[in-house]
Design a protein around this ligand. Structure first.
Ligand SMILES: *Cc1c(COP(=O)(O)O)cnc(C)c1O
Length: 353
C-alpha cells in the first residue's frame, strides 16, 4: 500500500475554467502552463485545455514535449530564449518568443531561417521586471520590424497590480500610448485583468491562476466567477495521539494542550510541498469536516486537531486543499499565495487524474 498522499487533478474543472475565460472575453486565450502547469502536470493540463488558442511556458524542453505530444497552437516562451544556441530549436519547433531585452535582439542574427520567428515585444509598464520602457521600446520595435528573422510582432505587457485595489489604470495608459501608432496584435491581461478589466483584453489574454480554479483577488472567491478547484491535495491520518493537559507536540513545541485531546498525524509535510510556516489553526478537512492544523509542520507529517471530530481515526481522509477547502483559504492562513502552494507540490506526491 503506497503512502496515502496524492494530488487529484480534475480535468472537467480545468475545462470548465477555460470556458469561464472564454465567456469573459472575445480575445484569444493564451493559457499559461508554466511551472509544470502550476504544479498540476503540464501535459495533462494541456490536454484538458486543448481548446486554448495558445500555450505559454518557460523551458524549451517543455515546449518540445508539448509539440511532440501533438499540440499545434502557438507556444509562447515567456522569457524568450536564453542564448543563441536555443534558436535552432526555437526554429525547428516553431516557438514564439518574448523579446524582453536588447541582448536578445542582438542575438537574433543567429536565427537559422529567414522570416520565420514570431516575437512578442515586452513593454515594461511599471512592474520593472522584464521588458523595454516605452522610450526604449520604439527602437526595439524598429529593429524587430527590419529584422530578417522576424515574422509577426505582438506587443505585450504584464500588470503588477491587476489583483490589487490599485488596478491597471496607469500601466494600461502607458502601454496604450506606446502601442497607439502600431497596427499589431496586443496582449496585456493576466487572470485578474481578464476577470476585472475588459478594457485590457486586447487580442490575446493570458490566464493562468484562474484556469486552476483559484481567484486572484482577496475580496472575491473563485466560486463568484464560476471557477472550480482543479487540484485536491489529500492524504490520510496514519496515527492518533491522546494528549494529556500540558502535553506538547512537534518540533519546537509550538502547541501545548490545555486539556486532554486527540490529535491526528497526517501523512503530509513540507517535503510534499505543504508550507512549513503554516501556523497553528491552518484549515484542513478531515472526513469532510473542518478542522485545524496544530504545531509545526514537519518534513513528512503534520498534526491535526481532532477535538471536535470523535469519529476521526487512523485512515480518515484528509484534504489539505482543493475540493471543499479553497486553496486561497489555506494560502491566506499560511501567509502565502495559492500560486505558491500549487507550484510547491513535490515530485514524491503522485498526481492522479
Ligand atoms: C504567469 C504569467 C501570467 C499568468 O498570470 P496569472 O496571474 O496566473 O493569471 C500571465 N502573463 C505572464 C507574462 C506571466 O508570467
Amino acid at each position: 500500500m503506497p503512502r496515502p498522499i496524492q494530488a487529484h487533478i480534475n480535468l472537467n474543472a480545468l475545462e470548465n475554467n477555460l470556458q469561464v475565460a472564454r465567456r469573459a472575453t472575445s480575445a484569444r486565450l493564451m493559457s499559461i502552463i508554466k511551472a509544470d502547469g502550476y504544479g498540476h502536470g503540464m501535459l495533462c493540463v494541456a490536454e484538458a485545455l486543448s481548446a486554448s488558442d495558445g500555450f505559454a511556458l518557460l523551458g524549451i524542453q517543455d515546449a518540445m514535449r508539448l509539440r511532440d505530444a501533438g499540440f499545434r497552437q502557438p507556444v509562447l516562451m515567456l522569457e524568450g530564449f536564453f542564448g543563441a544556441e536555443d534558436l535552432a530549436l526555437i526554429c525547428e519547433y516553431n516557438l514564439t518568443c518574448v523579446i524582453h531585452s536588447a541582448w536578445q535582439i542582438a542575438l537574433l542574427d543567429a536565427y537559422p531561417k529567414n522570416a520565420g520567428l514570431d516575437v512578442w515585444l515586452k513593454v515594461n509598464s511599471g512592474m520593472n521586471r522584464l521588458g523595454f520602457t516605452p522610450q526604449q521600446a520604439s527602437q526595439a520595435m524598429e529593429q524587430l520590424r527590419r529584422h530578417r528573422a522576424v515574422r509577426e510582432i505582438t506587443l505585450m505587457t504584464h500588470f503588477a497590480n491587476a489583483d490589487e485595489a490599485r488596478g491597471i489604470a496607469e500601466p494600461l495608459a502607458l502601454f496604450n500610448d506606446f502601442a497607439a501608432p502600431y497596427r499589431v496584435p496586443r496582449s496585456l491581461a493576466n487572470s485578474a485583468a481578464l476577470l476585472r478589466y475588459p478594457e485590457s483584453h486586447g487580442d490575446w489574454v493570458r490566464p493562468g491562476l484562474m484556469l486552476y480554479g483559484a481567484s486572484p483577488f482577496a475580496d472575491a472567491g473563485a466560486q463568484q466567477f464560476g471557477l472550480k478547484p482543479t487540484m485536491t491535495l489529500s492524504s490520510r491520518i496514519i496515527a492518533v495521539q491522546d494528549l494529556r493537559a500540558g502535553d506538547e507536540i512537534g518540533y519546537g513545541a509550538l502547541f501545548r494542550a490545555e486539556h486532554p485531546m486527540r490529535v491526528g498525524i497526517v501523512a503530509c509535510g513540507y517535503a510534499d510541498g505543504y508550507p512549513r510556516h503554516a501556523p497553528n489553526g491552518t484549515p484542513i478537512l478531515i472526513d469532510g469536516q473542518r478542522a485545524q492544523t496544530l504545531g509545526r509542520v514537519s518534513m513528512d507529517m503534520l498534526y491535526a486537531d481532532l477535538s471536535k471530530l470523535p469519529q476521526a481515526d487512523v485512515g480518515s481522509r484528509v484534504v489539505l486543499w482543493g475540493e471543499g477547502l479553497p486553496v486561497e483559504e489555506v494560502a491566506r492562513a499560511a501567509g502565502t499565495a495559492s500560486y505558491e502552494l500549487m507550484c510547491a507540490l513535490t515530485d514524491r506526491v503522485p498526481i492522479v487524474v
